[in-house]
Each structure stands twice: as C-alpha cells, then as structure tokens.
Design a protein around this ligand. Structure first.
Ligand SMILES: *[C@@H]1O[C@H](CO)[C@@H](O)[C@H](O)[C@H]1NC(C)=O
Ligand SMILES: [Ca+2]
Ligand SMILES: [Ca+2]
Length: 323
C-alpha cells in the first residue's frame, strides 16, 4: 500500500541519516563524511515522527523558513500557518488537496535551495563579479589548509579538495572553471540536477566501497550504516537491511551493487519525495477522512506542519550536542 511504501522509504532515509550522524558522533580521525549532499532531498533531518516532526517542518517550509518558526509561540505559529494555508489552496475552494500540498512542498524546496545558495554566495564571490571561480571557492574553503598543508585535526583536506574540484568541474558546464549561479547551485545541490547524478553516485560509491573494487558488497553496505558493537547481537533493522540488499538493491544477484544499482538506491527515479510527504501530511491530519484538508484540520496539527518553540526546544538541545 501507499502508506507502507512510505514507511519503507522513511526507513531508508532514517538509515542514511543515521550513517551520517554516526560518522559525526564517532568523528573518525581519518575521514570526514560528506554525505550531506546526498541526503534525501526535502531535508537532512531524520524522518521519524515518533521522535520529532523536524523532517516534516523542513519539507513543508524549507529548512531556512522552518528555523524562523522555532522562535514563535504556539499561537503565533498557528496564525502564520493559517496564512500559509490560504496560499497553498491555489483554487481557493477552502480545501487543501494532496496535489496542492505537493506543489507547495516543491515550491518550499526550490526556495530553500535558492536561499541556501544566496546565503553562501557573498562569502565565495571574493571579487564580487557575480561569478564564483574555482580559485575563489578553493581559497575560501581550503585557504587554511593550503597555508598549512599538514594540520593536526585529522581531516584529509587534500582528498576533499580533489573531490570538490572534480564536482565543481562537473557542475561547470562550459568548462571555464567559473561557476554561474546556476552552475554553483548544481555544485552545492547536485541531487537536484540530472547532469550531476553520475557524480552523486560516484561519490557515494567511493565513500562506501572500502576495498575500492568499484562495487558495494553486502558488508560494505552494512558497514556504512552500522558499526559492530563488540559481540552484541545485530539489531533487527540491520537484519532487515541485509534482506533489503539481497532482495532489492542487488538486482542482478551477483552479491554486490554496481553503479546502476547504487543509483537506483540513492536516487530512485520512481520515488517523488514531495508527493510522498504530501500524502503523509494528509494522512496524518485528515480528521474526517474525506481526502482533503481544511484550514482547521491543518492548524489543529500545527506541530506536525510547522512546530514552535514548545515542541522544538528539546531538539535544539540535542542538535547543539551534535556539533
Ligand atoms: C588564491 O590564493 C592564491 C594564493 O594565495 C592567490 O595567488 C590567488 O590570487 C587567490 N585567488 C583568488 C581568486 O583569490
Ligand atoms: Ca562556468
Ligand atoms: Ca567493494
């Protein structure tokens, strides 16, 4: 069913984020995980509504806008949400449909990406000519490393820089090593661009393929999500992931994932995040089960859609701990 599809996708997202969070938590000395660009597209938060609605907030508002709601009281949140609902209801019939919600989520996502690039732009465009050259990006991002190529903090900056340069060149369509705003957006958010998908897959494979044979085998796949905890039994979700690998990921059953199989895994072409999230939001808040939402139904569930200080306070503390 549709809902169970969603649960499966949620689990995948959860696991991908889990691997990222684990990488930070363990802070492996020799490697900085750079999977953040390959996170599911609506948010880099875990989608686990039992814990928090952060993912839903990012999806519904865009991650930048979602932060502004964290400062509001519940009353203020509800009032602003009410005004947003009027905008989502494109045909002004008093109901928000799944389709209207999906369009809104796509819009919020585009706005997030646009804002995110705008916010970083000034920092990199050193000569303020409205373009960002590879030299500018490299000097700003790796200037400290270039001045002192042997820092003690353990990160392999050389490797990160080589990788960034490769991605920059891929994004830079006309090959002049200068990124327009569009090209720089493709560099920062490659999963949004068809012509960047191969590099997204390549970077992911390089991260996970520890023996560098060009494939992801079962142990590499699991190892990326879960590190064995002494002789403790494997948790149930790890067993489930092993089955997923055998049954769904490794389509040609040769025991490993090649490029195409990895692409199907991280960038499935038949899965629309905005559509899934719209369906999920309707399912969770449609009190009279008529398949569409009134403003009252949405505002009643304001904590799911936008949140407020009251619900996000604990989360903010947790987040603070992670970084
Ligand atoms: C980058 O840094 C190098 C070395 O300091 C310098 O020669 C070069 O002009 C800088 N480029 C830009 C675009 O700032
Ligand atoms: Ca260019
Ligand atoms: Ca391998």
């Amino acid at each position: 069913t549709k809902e169970s599809d969603l649960v499966i996708m949620d689990l995948r997202q959860f696991l991908m984020c889990l691997s990222l969070c684990t990488a930070f938590a363990l802070s492996k000395p020799t490697e900085k995980k750079d999977r953040v660009h390959h996170e599911p597209q609506l948010s880099d938060k875990v989608h686990n509504d039992a814990q928090s609605f952060d993912y839903d907030h990012d999806a519904f508002l865009g991650a930048e806008e979602a932060k502004t709601f964290d400062q509001l009281t519940p009353e203020e949140s509800k009032e602003r949400l009410g005004m947003i609902v009027d905008k989502i209801d494109a045909d002004k019939d008093g109901f928000v449909t799944e389709g209207e919600l999906k369009s809104w989520i796509k819009h919020a996502q585009k706005k997030y990406i646009y804002d995110n690039v705008e916010n970083q732009w000034q920092e990199f465009d050193l000569n303020q000519d409205g373009l960002i050259s590879w030299d500018e990006y490299r000097n700003v991002t790796y200037g400290t490393y270039l001045d002192d190529p042997d820092p003690d903090d353990g990160f392999n900056y050389k490797q990160m820089m080589v990788r960034d340069e490769r991605r920059f060149k891929m994004a830079d369509k006309d090959g002049d090593l200068i990124a327009t705003k569009e090209e720089f957006t493709a560099f920062l958010h490659p999963e949004e661009y068809d012509y960047m998908k191969d590099i997204v897959v390549q970077e992911t494979m390089e991260d996970i393929d520890k023996n560098a044979d060009g494939f992801i085998d079962l142990e590499e796949y699991i190892g990326d999500m879960y590190s064995h905890d002494g002789n403790a039994d494997e948790p149930e979700w790890v067993k489930t992931e092993r089955e997923q690998f055998v049954e769904f990921r490794d389509k040609n059953r040769d025991g490993k994932m090649d490029k195409e199989e990895t692409k199907d895994w991280i960038l499935p072409s038949d899965y629309d995040h905005a559509e899934a999230e719209a369906r999920h939001l309707v399912y969770e808040s449609d009190q009279n089960k008529d398949g569409k939402l009134t403003k009252e139904e949405i505002v009643d569930k304001y904590d799911l859609f936008v949140g407020s200080q009251a619900t996000d306070f604990g989360e903010a503390l947790v987040r603070h701990d992670e970084f």
